[in-house]
Design a protein around this ligand. Structure first.
Ligand code: SF4
Length: 295
């Protein structure tokens, strides 16, 4: 049995994947809304231990998908990751997909050649938290990457022929910054060459994060007021309405935090999705009950 460093997180679409921890925690670990790795000190695991985990799973030769955890696998050196990718390919002959999270910093730090090399050796999908396309809001929540730099990083991944699955956090700016949050996030998405999958989460803060999160907004003179489910659905509606991508995007709001699960392809299904949202805005009984949600 693999001895995981708990807690372990993975995207919903990686539910059937072999989760391989190549690094523990997140090297940044300072986003004001994120508590996923707050109990972990970032470190890269030894190649020996990683290969040992792969060997333990190797009996399951049918493995087709692997997710490189934790939150910041791409912070590892490229050669180190290539060695892991090659070992995975050797041990799992039916391997079809290797994925990992990619932070805005990771994609900018890796050169085009390094990203192409990782793709060539099997890393074919990256999960990327856009969160917001509004620079002010990103500064408020302590993930202060400039939106243009995010577009640059995402386009680098596309150029390397990697698929991108990106997430946006509804309600991140509360009631006060909702408009600019949504408008600028749609603009960011529209500037990207190709986001393959796009999904939304609803903001949820753990007790360990709430006070510091609110303080950051107060210090800027913009006290944070939580958006309601209906506010977030309205954001969802405005967001979808403003997305005009260069290439088709598969859109999902299937994360457990969402009040309304949605799926479709943008722009093709835009009108349908907007109609579903209008119905839910008119009739709250269509929303997923709170006790069935999580973050
Ligand atoms: S949101 Fe991503 S980059 Fe920010 S602390 Fe969490 S894992 Fe790290």
């Amino acid at each position: 049995m693999i001895d995981y460093h708990e807690p372990v997180y993975r995207p919903p679409a990686e539910g059937n994947s072999f989760i391989l921890q190549v690094a523990i925690g997140c090297s940044y670990n300072k986003c004001a809304f994120c508590s996923m790795y707050e109990t972990k000190k970032f470190h890269v695991r030894s190649l020996h231990d990683i290969k040992e985990d792969i060997d333990i799973m190797a009996y399951h030769s049918e493995t087709r998908r692997v997710f490189l955890a934790d939150g910041d696998a791409l912070a590892c050196e490229t050669d180190f990751l290539v060695e892991i990718l090659d070992y995975l390919k050797m041990k799992f002959p039916k391997l079809q997909r290797v994925a990992s999270y990619a932070s805005p910093y990771n994609l900018l730090e890796k050169s085009d050649e390094q990203l192409a090399l990782l793709r060539e050796h099997g890393l074919s999908l990256v999960y990327y938290g856009i969160e917001s396309g509004n620079h002010e809001l990103l500064k408020y929540v302590n993930k202060p990457m400039h939106p243009d730099k995010m577009v640059e990083g995402l386009n680098k991944a596309t150029k390397a022929n990697m698929k991108i699955s990106a997430t946006v956090i509804l309600g991140l700016g509360g009631k006060g910054m909702s408009k600019e949050h949504i408008e600028d996030t749609a603009k960011l998405v529209n500037k990207c060459e190709h986001i393959n999958y796009l999904s939304t989460l609803q903001l949820g803060l753990t007790d360990t994060k709430e006070d510091a999160f609110f303080e950051r907004f107060e210090k800027k003179g913009k006290p944070f007021e939580f958006a309601s489910d209906l506010d977030m659905l309205e954001e969802q509606k405005q967001f979808i309405a403003q997305i005009n991508p260069k290439k088709a995007i598969i859109f999902r709001s299937n994360h457990a935090s969402n009040a309304l699960p949605l799926k479709g392809t943008l722009p093709k299904d835009k009108e349908n999705l907007l109609e579903v949202l209008d119905s839910a805005l008119d009739d709250e009984t269509l929303l997923r009950p709170k006790f069935l949600r999580g973050f």
